[in-house]
Design a protein around this ligand. Structure first.
Ligand SMILES: NC(=O)C1=CN([C@@H]2O[C@H](COP(=O)(O)OP(=O)(O)OC[C@H]3O[C@@H](n4cnc5c(N)ncnc54)[C@H](OP(=O)(O)O)[C@@H]3O)[C@@H](O)[C@H]2O)C=CC1
Ligand SMILES: CC(=O)C(=O)O
Ligand SMILES: [Mg+2]
Length: 539
């Protein structure tokens, strides 16, 4: 009897979902066989948070601060999420971009705790067994990567697992998805990264990346088996290499509850930023012209949603497409180019051939430039000055991650445009004082929308996620930007409001599902109240 009681208590201390550490009350300790296993003091949640902050403050380097949070994640999940919720500004750059980039690069060297599911090519044909090994009874959200395009850092193989883990931390911290019902997944088909292959500590499959049928069949098997065990699960594709990202979205978007965050989530956040910029500049949305540096997942995802939004306002699609131009690794995408990938073709306009981005800016005279090519400092002083010469309020979005891959930093953007830039960045930049003004730049990062999108889809038990949901999310996010935000140069709401933002996006997306016959449950009378109530809160 005593032994059984003790086992029960130890289990609680050893289970990150159940462990409350020093916050277990005296009564809970007595009832659960925990007496003697913890020191006498009972800490309040605030005291626990103060202790963690003190530990983090002992370290200078973001990676070390991350490791403090990561050990908490593995041992006391409630406290981990309490930290993230109450100190989002401080913790998000650690569990997410930019530090998560370094976490992934060093993942094999800092690996300590098992987390998530690794589906390796060696286990093809046996994925059902792997899924049966997962302890989660219910899973609401899976974030899955193959590690081929981790942020702007390239192929990191199985080390890319840091990304699904970080994204799912945001699902819980920002949108209240129950952490016990999340599953980070890495599809490991090898890596073409020579450093990984030569690293004796590399945790992944040590072979060249598999492609074609081997890859497709493994992903299909994973999706089939995951949905067999958890039929309502939302699957978020993340940081797949360009070709597979588009192919997987095409294959699954009309069949299952899924979306590609880099293509569709990024599109929604960028469109919301554009709506904010339009409010400041006073120049109509239909008068905007965008030039993208990059023509991949993020670029054509954003361009496609801008086109959908213009069409929704009544503009013919062919005309709307002319409002977006792409510049890729070979130069400006024009009608003269041959062999263009399908996602680029709608934007191959009759334009002069340009081999530098500056030439393209001069030729197209865009109202906005959007950097999504992971080419650091590509928005140099000349490019920015040209944008400022063409526009009273140039839109400058440097969206590549992590910070080391940003097209420009906030200070450069404001200085080179005499403080006139309408700026957003993928990774965070601190506030800057330029031209006698105090600017508070905010992140044009899909993290403002994917948690709320997922929350809405899970809440309504949606069957799929059509484009209308992404337009809805963009508009809802834009509507939450206040005049005070805009006055200080912020095109997005404060991170301190992110749970409210996610609740509003979640409610709007759920409402879309109910209105379009996509929901699997009854519409509640007050969707916002019901969504807010559904959200997990660390105690
Ligand atoms: N802020 C946010 O929320 C998000 C940011 N991103 C960031 O965007 C970046 C790109 O991601 P993604 O679109 O998914 O990646 P892709 O691999 O799909 O696309 C990269 C694009 O960059 C182009 N490119 C590469 N080198 C150059 C160059 N020298 N000049 C011009 N273009 C070049 C490629 O050209 P080509 O087609 O010729 O190969 C390709 O079109 C990453 O840094 C990522 O972190 C992505 C998603 C969300
Ligand atoms: C933010 C994000 O999803 C990316 O950079 O890939
Ligand atoms: Mg991504």
């Amino acid at each position: 009897m005593t032994e059984c009681k003790t086992t029960h208590g130890v289990k609680k201390l050893g289970c990150p979902h159940l462990n409350r550490g020093l916050a277990f009350t005296k009564e809970e300790r007595a009832a659960n066989g925990l007496e003697g296993l913890l020191p006498a003091a009972v800490s309040t949640g605030d005291e626990q948070v103060a202790r963690v902050k003190e530990m983090m403050n002992r370290f200078e380097r973001p990676l070390d601060k991350f490791l403090v949070l990561d050990s908490l994640h593995a041992t006391d999940e409630n406290l981990y999420f309490k930290m993230l919720v109450e100190h989002t500004d401080e913790c998000m750059p650690l569990v997410y971009t930019p530090t998560v980039g370094e976490v992934c690069q060093k993942f094999s060297h800092i690996y300590r705790y098992p987390r998530g599911l690794f589906v390796s090519l060696e286990q093809k044909g046996r994925v059902a067994e792997l899924i049966a090994n997962c302890p989660q009874k219910d899973v609401d959200v899976i974030v899955v990567t193959d590690g081929q395009r981790i942020l702007g850092l390239g192929d990191l193989g199985a080390n890319g697992m840091g990304i699904p883990v970080g994204k799912l931390s945001l699902y819980t911290a920002c949108a209240g998805i129950n952490p016990a019902k999340t599953l980070p997944v890495t599809i490991d088909v090898g890596t073409n990264n020579p450093e990984n292959l030569a690293d004796p500590l590399y945790i992944g499959l040590r072979r060249e990346r598999a492609t074609g049928a081997d890859f497709d069949e493994l992903v299909d098997e994973f999706i089939t088996e995951a949905r067999r065990r958890w039929p309502n699960v939302l699957i978020q594709f993340e940081d797949f290499g360009n070709h597979n990202a588009f192919a997987l979205l095409e294959r699954y978007r009309d069949k299952i509850l899924c979306f590609n965050d880099d293509i569709q989530g990024t599109a929604a956040v960028a469109l919301a930023g554009v709506y904010s910029a339009v409010r400041v500049s006073g120049r109509k949305f239909s008068e905007q012209r965008f030039l993208f540096l990059g023509a991949g997942e993020a670029a054509t995802g954003i361009a496609d949603l801008i086109v959908d939004a213009l069409v929704d306002e009544g503009m013919p699609r062919e005309e709307a497409r002319k409002h977006c131009a792409l510049f890729d690794s070979k130069g400006l995408v024009t009608a003269n180019r041959t062999g263009l990938a399908a996602n680029k073709q709608p934007y191959a306009h009759d334009l002069p051939d340009c081999t530098t981005f500056l030439e393209a800016v001069k030729a197209i005279r865009p109202t906005g430039i959007v950097g999504v090519a992971a080419q650091p400092k590509a928005f140099n002083e000349e490019v920015l000055a040209e944008m400022a010469a063409i526009n009273e309020r140039p839109i400058i979005f440097a969206l590549s991650n992590p910070t080391s891959r940003a097209e420009c930093d906030a200070e450069t953007a404001y200085r080179a445009t005499e403080g006139r830039a309408l700026f957003a960045s993928g990774s965070p930049f601190a506030p800057v004082d330029v031209c006698g003004r105090h600017f508070v730049p905010r992140q044009g990062n899909n993290s403002y929308v994917f948690p709320g999108l997922g929350l809405g889809a899970v809440f309504a038990n949606a069957r799929m996620m059509p484009t209308g949901m992404f337009l809805t999310a963009a508009r809802e996010l834009a509507a939450l930007v206040s005049e005070e935000d805009l006055a200080q140069g912020s095109l997005y709401p404060s991170l301190s409001e992110v749970r409210h933002v996610s609740m509003k996006i979640g409610a709007a997306v759920a409402a879309y599902a109910y209105e379009h016959g996509l929901a699997g449950n009854e519409r509640p009378s007050d969707i916002e109240a019901a969504v807010a109530d559904f959200m997990y809160r660390p105690e």
